[in-house]
Design a protein around this ligand. Structure first.
Ligand code: GTP
Length: 199
């Protein structure tokens, strides 16, 4: 019988990536205080990649404790612009502020992923994408916000790269899946390594 697989996430994007890969899984949102965990890690001078992996582990472990017989996947994206961390915008106004701050610069999407089983993290990885945003005129920014709409409030960078967000960029380094929120190539390799899915 195929091992039971759970995605510990409320992210529609992550769910779509897992389904697109043909994986059979259930979703259970991880009930952790991400900001408190992030603050504790940052107070210990943890770098964005470490914060992303620790948050991914915390999500996977929290759900694994509820479902000990399943393999549980947790993931987290930390957007870093220099030393500043950005989170999902709470309004379209804030989304515009984030885009203005990132325009003309390179930010990083630090995407952590972890697998837990019987309440213990048994695998984790980090994948980082460098996103170089072009300079954006005020008129184009408004055009983009009107075109992209409130879906961007679900994205840490206030853009959906697979949608109109691609118009914001001049260069990316890293893989497409990492940008969307789940480093599928790395994750699938981990699941095969653990014997959770067919190799
Ligand atoms: N569709 C899409 N989603 C993106 C993109 N960039 C970032 N995201 C999403 O931004 C969110 C990053 O926030 P997180 O805190 O890691 O995850 P979350 O959305 O809170 O969901 P949980 O996994 O339940 O914590 C994820 O849902 C990513 O899928 C993108 O280009 N396209």
């Amino acid at each position: 019988m195929a091992a039971k697989l759970i995605l510990a996430s409320k992210s529609a994007s992550r769910r779509a990536l897992m389904a697109g890969a043909g994986l059979a899984f259930e979703t259970v949102a991880a009930d952790i205080d991400e900001r408190a965990t992030e603050a504790r890690l940052s107070a210990c001078n943890a770098r964005p990649p470490e914060v992303a992996v620790e948050l991914a582990k915390a999500k996977a472990q929290a759900v694994s404790e509820q479902y000990p017989d399943a393999y549980v996947i947790g993931s987290d994206q930390v957007l870093s612009l220099g030393t500043e961390l950005f989170h999902k915008p709470l309004s379209m106004g804030e989304a515009g502020d984030h885009i203005r701050a990132m325009a003309g610069k390179t930010h990083h999407l630090n995407c952590g992923v972890a697998i837990a089983f019987r309440g213990e993290v048994i695998w984790s990885a980090i994948s980082i994408a460098a996103m170089t945003m072009r300079t954006i005129s005020p008129s184009f920014l408004q055009t983009y916000l009107d075109m992209a709409g409130p879906d961007i409030l679900q994205s840490v960078g206030a853009y959906q790269f697979e949608g109109p967000g691609v118009q914001l960029f001049e260069k990316i380094e890293g893989d497409y899946f990492t940008i969307l929120g789940l480093p599928m190539l790395t994750l699938l390799a981990g699941l095969r390594e653990l014997g959770v899915i067919d190799a």
